[in-house]
Design a protein around this ligand. Structure first.
Ligand SMILES: Cc1ncc(COP(=O)(O)O)c(C=O)c1O
Length: 467
């Protein structure tokens, strides 16, 4: 493509992106597409001849956008957010333009060195204890898998890697996580060959956080039975309700039993940037690894997951492989991040994290996080005062969980809210109770959006009550 044409196209796309961003709020948050509807509107085969940008943009608007759920809509209150931001969008464009594959230091020294430096910056913003080394993974699920593999490597003294499951005693390994831990933990346990039946679910207290005494007992019982306690996953901010496992108490148990501790703070980890929230990671010096997602709550486009480990040698013993065609003259002196995770190929993810941290500054990030917390506290207060609703968990970490007093109306209320297009919420179960979740961590959410979401919720309660 001639440079001038490309430049013109870029300007058009820049306008498209700016308009999309400015007008997202006027679209329904949740796509109302039916299964198969989008596929049916698309041609059966790729075109034989080139098509003009006009045609592509037209189909983007007419066919694809109706099938998009707008994660960066200010009334996206569902799951956890996948926040992006203007600086991050700009960085993604530049990343695509550079198109580097950053598997080794030599394949782009800046990518490797920026990743190292920027994770140092982020670690300092979060107040991480000394002794951690960071790497960017695609997702928290991958980071947790890598951590479980490290724990397996440590517990089998390297034999799993060389001799496989049977010869390494891996059939006796046990992993521990609370009943509320994310599904990625179970996935890591079965993908690692340890087997989901060897994941012990540790009971939680009334705040839905792991009971460290129960963990201690479970480890002792398993040891007495000849099993090998291998890893514990503590969660700082569980997916359902943002319960916080005590890293300190769990860490003490892990130290006593010499068990690997991984801390999953995928969403709530960002809050450690606030001095008043640093308690969330108290005891992190006792952990072996830690993950938090800038792609959830640090305004960096999906995907970008920050993973810190204490024992880099163990990580390398777990993941590194060195075929002739990847060797470089500098391997002894540099980090080759391809050895710090599962895939060989790596995107230049550090660029967008760097761009966002520079554009907002640590203070800008803190202001955004505090804004979200204040909105959640206001929402919590409304729920407390509403006679049709019952608060389930407080909004102190940016997510409010609640249910209707007439519990059976919960699913219908959710359908009405989401069907309205005005807001998007999701649900979970707390005990046996259907529970609605509403976070205020979408960066574009304002007090007016919470008001609009509240009106949608109130209308939904009225409609469900009349049915
Ligand atoms: C606590 C927790 N851990 C892990 C994950 C998985 O994150 P990812 O999509 O980055 O794998 C989530 C997702 O919401 C989560 O809430």
């Amino acid at each position: 493509m001639p440079t001038d044409t490309f430049r013109q196209d870029l300007h058009r796309i820049a306008d498209w992106v700016a308009d999309y961003r400015a007008n997202t709020a006027s679209r329904p948050v949740l796509s109302s597409a039916q299964p198969g509807e989008i596929a049916k509107a698309l041609p059966d085969a790729a075109p034989e001849s080139p098509e003009p940008l006009d045609a592509i943009i037209r189909d983007l608007a007419d066919i694809l956008l109706p099938g998009i759920t707008h994660w960066n809509h200010p009334r996206f209150f569902a799951y956890f957010p996948a926040n992006n931001s203007e600086p991050s969008i700009l960085a993604e464009l530049v990343t695509a333009a550079i198109g580097a594959q950053c598997m080794s230091w030599q394949t782009s020294p800046s990518a490797t060195e920026l990743e190292h430096v920027v994770l140092g910056w982020l670690g300092a913003i979060l107040g991480l204890p000394d002794g951690f080394e960071g790497v960017i993974q695609d997702t928290a699920s991958s980071a947790t898998l890598v951590s479980i593999l490290m724990a397996r490597e440590r517990a089998t003294d390297g034999k799993f890697r060389t001799q496989g499951a049977a010869a390494s005693g891996a059939d006796r390994l046990r992993v521990y996580a609370s009943e509320e831990a994310h599904s990625s933990v179970e996935k890591a346990v079965f993908l690692s060959g340890i087997g989901s039946e060897n994941l012990r679910r540790v009971p939680v207290n009334e705040e839905l956080a792991m009971d460290p005494t129960a963990l201690d007992e479970a480890i002792r019982t398993d040891r007495d039975r000849g099993l090998i306690p291998c890893a514990v996953v503590a969660t700082v901010g569980t997916t359902s309700t943002l319960a916080v496992d005590s890293v300190k108490h769990i860490g003490q148990v892990c130290k006593e039993h010499d068990v690997f501790l991984h801390v999953d703070a995928a969403f709530a980890g960002s809050l450690a940037a606030l001095p008043e929230m640093r308690w969330l990671i108290d005891g992190l010096e006792l952990a072996d690894s830690f993950v938090m997602n800038p792609h959830k709550w640090m305004y960096v486009n999906f995907d970008c997951s920050a993973h810190w480990v204490r024992d880099v040698d163990l990580l390398l013993r777990t993941c590194a492989i060195d075929p002739e065609y990847l060797k470089t003259a500098r391997d002894e002196d540099v980090r080759n991040y391809r050895d710090w995770g599962i895939p060989l190929g790596r995107r230049f993810r550090a660029l967008k994290l760097w761009w966002v941290l520079r554009s907002f500054g640590a203070d800008g990030i803190r202001a955004r996080l505090r804004k979200a917390l204040a909105l959640a506290e206001g929402l919590e207060q409304r729920i407390r005062e509403d006679e049709d609703l019952k608060l389930v968990t407080s909004g102190r970490l940016g997510l409010v969980c609640f249910r209707p007093v007439r519990e059976e109306l919960g699913p219908a209320i959710l359908d009405h809210v989401n069907g309205s297009g005005e807001a998007y919420m999701t649900h979970t179960k707390v005990g046996e109770h259907f529970t609605l979740r509403w976070h205020t961590a979408q960066d574009l959410t304002t007090e007016e959006d919470v008001d609009a979401g509240w009106s949608a919720l109130r209308s939904a309660i009225d409609a469900a009550t009349k049915e």
